[in-house]
Write a protein that binds this ligand. Structure first.
Ligand SMILES: Nc1ncnc2c1ncn2[C@@H]1O[C@H](COP(=O)(O)OP(=O)(O)OP(=O)(O)O)[C@@H](O)[C@H]1O
Length: 248
């Protein structure tokens, strides 16, 4: 579903992503974890070409994004939703307007926009908050609005950049349940960047460990735990399982 081939990125002469090759299967919930500055957000933004790699290829849903012009990219991004740590809602628009704007920008058929926006807000349990403004919502509610907006155009993929990092544990669990539901009920492939091992363990079925802009390893997570390979056993378990936080 998502395929990165030999992708590299440099900022101001400093290499941040080094020749990464990575495949994410359709229907997966794939975590990306690593220390601060490892390049997690940059890698995620490369997946929808919000950040263009200096070299390498990016393919999503069999479409080679790195060969697309800006018009084609705008088109393909309709099928790739994205949510962020700080929600990125428009402060002077209502909950409903924040969702419907995604449909307007994507030229969604005018007559169907209201129905679709309401449908998405119902999915995240916020249909009774449609006339509220972001400032009147809790952090968890704001993230639900952002999720509804990201779902509006029926995406195949949802990219999540630290979606629960500014939320308390109870709200984190609620948002993770919504993401799990989206994956199960809508078949949306989810890629989630986080520095919280607990988030990976409770939601993801695969995880890539990023270290200094390189993939250290990609491993499966089953109900029995992380299926660490020899390569990860030492590093992953020591670095990440300790205190459940790679920043520790
Ligand atoms: N637009 C940019 N311009 C210049 N440098 C950047 C830019 N974006 C990221 N960087 C640098 O690239 C490196 C990787 O950043 P990135 O945000 O991808 O890491 P991260 O693993 O997501 O970190 P964190 O967990 O702290 O968010 C950092 O050193 C960062 O300062």
């Amino acid at each position: 579903m998502i395929s990165l081939h030999n992708v590299s990125k440099t900022f101001n002469g400093v290499p941040v992503i080094h020749a990464i090759t990575l495949s994410i299967a359709q229907g997966d919930i794939h975590g990306i974890i690593g220390a601060s500055g490892a390049g997690k957000s940059t890698l995620l933004r490369i997946m929808n070409l919000l950040e263009a790699p200096d070299s390498g290829e990016v393919e999503v849903n069999k479409q080679k994004l790195t060969a697309f012009n800006s018009k084609q990219l705008r088109q393909v991004r309709k099928s790739i939703g994205m949510i962020f740590q700080h929600f990125n809602l428009v402060a002077n628009k209502t909950v409903y307007q924040n969702v419907v704007v995604a449909l307007e920008l994507a030229n969604y058929p005018k007559a169907d926009r209201r129905k679709r926006a309401v449908e998405c807000l119902q999915f995240v349990g916020l249909e009774s908050f449609m006339t509220k403004y972001p400032a009147q919502l809790s952090g968890g509610q704001k993230q639900r609005v952002a999720i509804a907006r990201a779902l509006a155009n029926h995406p195949h993929v949802l990219l999540c950049d630290e979606p629960t990092s500014s939320l308390d544990p109870h709200t984190t669990a609620e948002i993770l349940a919504v993401l799990s539901d989206i994956n199960k009920r809508m078949g949306v492939t989810i890629v989630l960047v986080t520095h919280e091992m607990d988030v990976i363990k409770s939601l993801c079925n695969r995880v890539t460990v990023l270290s200094d802009g390189s993939v250290h390893d990609t491993v499966s997570i089953t109900p029995k735990g992380i299926q660490a390979t020899e390569n990860t056993a030492a590093h992953l378990l020591k670095q990440l399982m300790k205190d459940g936080d790679p920043h520790a």
